[in-house]
Design a protein around this ligand. Structure first.
Ligand code: ADP
Ligand code: MG
Ligand code: MG
Length: 249
């Protein structure tokens, strides 16, 4: 599904990713943990193709294609989803209109017909239910006055409707209470399948109690310095990151 090889990237002239390699097979959930400032969010932005993130070396292959050669839109249409891709308020455009346009664009890319309004509404209502959002949420302006928790649930709502091939969640769990955390986890779990993979960036082992990862990686100093199964997250929770300092150096 996704093969990252020796990726180097810089932001504002500063090297952040320094030889990151990672392979995610189809159907797997990989958690990425690591100290603050190690490059976790940068990795998400580079994969999504956010402007300002300059790749200086390395390759990324997604579904057999050169991901780095695709622009941001193309990547989204090809099924790469980074939560928080649209953090801006768009007054006058309802959440529903925005979601419908996003879904139509993705379907068009896949060669599928756009959904009629009734079918879309049905899906949107079901997704609201899964995300534990009131139906009136669909009528509100995009991100207009969303609370922190609503923004996180909205990420889940977007993902449920866009049905990505690769879902990247960057600290979607931070600031969520335990009930909201479970809602997000159940939403992700409901989407797991043989043809869909996830990258979960998280600071807390807690999320991984609800979403069982196939692999856990530690990103430090711009590289993956350790990989293991779910027990690695427990070890990190217990020991922190200091024991990895030698490897980082
Ligand atoms: P993490 O998500 O692991 O906490 P980030 O990827 O957000 O780490 O940041 C990695 C490093 O890159 C940090 O030192 C951060 O200050 C720097 N950085 C990230 N984005 C920018 C930016 N837009 N401009 C300048 N420096 C940035
Ligand atoms: Mg950070
Ligand atoms: Mg971050």
């Amino acid at each position: 599904m996704l093969t990252i090889d020796n990726l180097h990237a810089r932001v504002e002239g500063k090297d952040i990713l320094k030889g990151l390699s990672l392979t995610i097979p189809p159907g797997e959930v990989h958690a990425i943990m690591g100290p603050n400032g190690s490059g976790k969010s940068t990795l998400g932005h580079v994969l999504a193709g956010r402007p300002g993130y300059e790749v200086t070396a390395g390759t990324v292959t997604f579904d057999g294609r050169d991901l780095l050669a695709m622009d941001t839109e193309e990547r989204a249409r090809a099924g790469v989803f980074l939560a928080f891709q649209y953090p801006v308020e768009i007054p006058g455009v309802s959440n529903m209109e925005f979601l419908k346009a996003s879904v139509d664009a993705v379907r068009e890319h896949r060669g599928e017909e756009s959904l009629d309004a009734v079918t879309f509404m049905k899906k949107a209502r079901a997704a609201c239910k899964t995300a534990n959002l009131d139906q009136t949420f669909l009528k509100r302006g995009v991100n207009e006055g969303f609370s922190g928790g609503e923004k996180k649930r909205n990420e889940l709502l977007q993902m449920l409707l866009l049905e990505p091939t690769l879902g990247i969640l960057d600290e979607t769990d931070s600031g969520l209470d335990i009930d909201a955390l479970q809602v997000v986890a159940e939403g992700v779990n409901s989407m797991r399948g043989a043809d869909r993979s996830f990258i979960l960036v998280t600071h807390y082992q807690r999320l991984l109690d609800y979403i069982q990862p196939d692999r856990v990686h530690v990103l430090a100093g711009g590289r993956i310095v350790r990989s293991g199964d779910a027990s690695l997250a427990l070890h990190l929770e217990d020991k922190g990151y200091a024991w990895l300092d030698d490897e980082v150096a």
